[in-house]
Ligand binder design. Structure first.
Ligand SMILES: [Zn+2]
Length: 309
């Protein structure tokens, strides 16, 4: 069976608080449709429906402090307790000491070693990817910029960091922000088409249909949790919901969609990262079995490999 693994950064399951938690009030017709009216809130963790399940993932792993993206991504992508190995929660980038582990032992590389076809659907600028073209010796240091994040490091290890401007123009890649607007304005790729979130979702579903395991990562949900207003957070969530609607409408029937987060943030706009459980949302064949096996960040990689075979 196929898996589409989506990492939504900074989405925890929080309280039903309409003034501080945008997930309490966002309409989210696509997500709430498959969750049979339930919202992405702590009270709904444990829901098992006909088409989808919701689980809460402990992101603290019993270590004091507030969960951070670097060690959380490393844990999600490898199944190893990267927080304890590093000694503390660390972010936003994967710490240099853990990068070889993420490159070598991540879920994409392991599935590929088992003969499965894997894809990293995010588009990255070709000039960034060229920095690691010489090999994995170059994964330390600060000059890697956004490649220091867990998902591109995993893609490097799996030989799957090869979707750039050309692929994005053809709809054979998805921008990390879902729509292409940032590529067109900030990266000055004026020739790229504008895509709606739904169209980006359909593009991702097509990539997922061509591979046994596909990874896509989205960070805006965390960025708005840090720097945005309640309205910015609402807009980010609506964009994700429209993206998921596009995916649901086009995903092959043999594909499990697993949407996970690394830590809480957006579910409480009064502060930064939280210790709330991170979202674990499964849709499609085997969703309940997979959700039953998700208790904390360490469980995701094994759950994915269990489905991919
Ligand atoms: Zn994060």
């Amino acid at each position: 069976m196929r898996v589409l693994l989506i990492l939504l950064d900074g989405v925890g399951l929080g309280a039903d608080s309409p003034h501080t938690n945008p997930l309490a009030v966002a309409p989210m017709p696509a997500v709430r449709g498959v969750l049979e009216g339930n919202r992405l809130l702590a009270d709904s963790a444990g829901f098992r429906g006909r088409r989808a399940s919701l689980a809460g993932l402990d992101a603290t792993l019993g270590v004091p402090g507030i969960p951070q993206s670097g060690t959380a991504h490393a844990t999600l992508l490898t199944g190893q307790d990267a927080v304890r190995r590093f000694g503390r929660h660390y972010g936003p980038w994967v710490p240099t000491a853990l990068r070889p582990t993420v490159v070598r032992d991540n879920v994409l590389a392991r599935a590929r070693a088992r003969g499965r076809s894997v894809a990293f659907a995010n588009a990255y600028p070709e000039e960034l990817a060229q920095m690691v073209a010489g090999g994995l010796d170059n994964v330390s240091g600060r000059r890697l910029g956004p490649l220091r994040s867990g998902p591109p490091l995993a893609a490097i290890g799996a030989g799957a960091l090869h979707r750039h401007t050309t692929e994005l123009a053809r709809g054979e890649a998805v921008a990390s922000e879902i729509t292409n607007d940032g590529w067109i304005t900030r990266l000055r790729r004026a020739g790229l088409p504008r895509v709606s979130p739904e169209e980006a979702g359909r593009n991702l579903a097509a990539i997922a249909g061509d591979n046994d395991l596909t990874l896509f990562a989205h960070y805006t949900t965390d960025h708005v949790g840090h720097r945005g207003t309640f309205q910015d957070a609402l807009a980010a969530i609506q964009r994700v919901d429209r993206f998921i609607a596009g995916i649901l409408g086009a995903i092959p029937g043999d594909t499990l969609i697993l949407v996970v987060s690394d830590h809480g943030n957006l579910e409480d706009v009064t502060r930064g990262h939280t210790s709330n459980q991170a979202m674990g949302f499964a849709v499609g064949p085997g969703h309940a079995t997979v959700a039953d096996g998700l208790r904390d960040l360490r469980d995701v990689a094994e759950a994915v490999l269990g489905v991919v075979g």
